[in-house]
Design a protein around this ligand. Structure first.
Ligand SMILES: CC(C)(COP(=O)(O)OP(=O)(O)OC[C@H]1O[C@@H](n2cnc3c(N)ncnc32)[C@H](O)[C@@H]1OP(=O)(O)O)[C@@H](O)C(=O)NCCC(=O)NCCS
Length: 188
């Protein structure tokens, strides 16, 4: 197990997770930001890529289990590029039947904190397509602000993106205390 929240468990995916993963990735609405649903081969490659990430990096997108319901989504940390920079990204994709219940934010908060704690990274990013409002709202709930604009080339499409990020110091409470603002001079 990677992490447990009050309602969810994050764990490594296994080849047995292909079926619930296909359900998520085959849904055209869920996959709007990825330019449409994945077929079975694309879903299998997606799973293989994540298993490879566990071997290469020690982390990746993890399965999110809701006890009693099984795998309802995926969420985790991956190495990504924004233009020429390498960043650590929190990713989240959930089965549409489980949207609007706070599960994505709950899982992504645990993944963000895992990256700060276990990897010691200074900043966690979320690369969000500029049409993906639900994802932006998760990023905002994670304490992120917009830091970058860039274009991702994926499935033959140029996709404008926003780079959301949150710094470790903000979450650990060790943020430098701002000096009180000087009192403005009184108008005469
Ligand atoms: C992005 C995605 C994971 C967001 O899912 P989500 O369910 O909207 O996000 P959250 O888990 O933060 O849930 C927030 C909603 O749950 C509601 N909610 C209900 N119970 C809640 C609880 N106990 N705690 C917190 N929020 C709760 C909130 O009010 C909010 O409602 P709203 O969506 O009507 O504003 C989902 O849209 C998705 O899987 N999209 C497709 C994949 C994708 O694009 N991923 C991002 C790529 S960058």
């Amino acid at each position: 197990m990677i992490a447990a929240t009050s309602r969810l468990v994050l764990r490594r995916m296994t080849p047995d997770d292909l079926s619930p993963l296909r359900t998520i990735l085959a849904d055209p609405i869920t996959m709007t930001a990825y330019e449409g649903a994945f077929d079975d081969d694309e879903s299998a490659r997606w799973l293989e890529r994540n298993l490879q990430r566990y071997d290469d990096d020690g982390f990746g997108l993890w399965a999110v289990d809701l006890p009693g319901a099984g795998m309802i989504g995926q969420c985790g940390i991956t190495r990504q590029r924004i233009d020429d920079d390498e960043v650590f990204e929190v990713g989240y994709l959930f089965n549409r039947a489980y949207w609007h219940r706070g599960y994505a934010t709950e899982a992504a908060t645990a993944a963000r904190d895992w990256a700060f704690r276990e990897l010691g990274v200074a900043t966690v990013w979320a690369k969000v397509r500029d049409t993906n409002l639900a994802s932006m709202n998760v990023a905002i709930r994670l304490g992120m602000t917009v830091r970058r604009r860039f274009v991702v080339h994926y499935r033959g499409v140029d996709m404008p993106h926003l780079g959301f990020a949150v710094d470790r110091s903000r979450e650990t409470g060790s943020r430098t205390t701002l000096s009180p603002r000087p009192t403005p001079p009184r108008a005469r």
